[in-house]
Write a protein that binds this ligand. Sequence first.
Ligand code: DX5
Ligand code: ZN
Length: 221
Amino acid sequence: MSRLQIAPSVLAADFAALGEAVRQAEEAGADLIHVDVMDGRFVPNITIGIPVVAALRRVTTLPLDVHLMIVEPERYLDAFVEAGASILTVHPEATIHLHRTLDRIRALGAKAGVALDPSTSEESLRYVLALTDLVLVMSVNPGFGGQRFIPAVLPKITRVRAMLDEAGREAAWLAVDGGITAETAPAVVRAGADVLVAGSAIFRAPEGVRAAIRRLRGAVG
Ligand code: DX5
Ligand code: ZN
């Protein structure tokens, strides 16, 4: 397995000082910047979109890992890639032709991700594994930061890892998103994750971003 990647989710950062938050995360050794896009339809919350991705692209050289919690994400793929997204992750329930959507993301030169809700089976991946660069296992129901980790997803992480390996996609990333803290991360990594997405545990940590990232890495040895 490659080195563990830490992907701070800017959803938990101060939106009035987003550039500064991202710069801090980069200096503190973050590997990716996770950007949660919500449309008020696929999920009950509304957050940020294309102009914010473009603005973040100007303040960091880290890959922008854009998590699209929107219906019909296929309508916006070109715009997000043009704005600077490096990874575009979609939910299978939100896009009718998942295969075509992933194909299009890759044709645009970005990495293609598939997000699995806590109730979504890993079987959704079966016929798109060859097009999947990242699987995002959701360990909370998408829509909000600061929720509690759902341990029932742990066996799914292990099964997704096995599916990727069996399909010859060992290089694909397996990310876990939601309720990740120094307490929940060890089991997630033992189950086979190699990317940890964390919002509150990084940007709301009283000890600061640098110490929080160090604590996460330390927790998983
Ligand atoms: C939830 C988002 C997450 C969120 C995680 O819908 O996909 O990326 O920011 O936040 P924490 O780490 O606070 O659970
Ligand atoms: Zn997310």
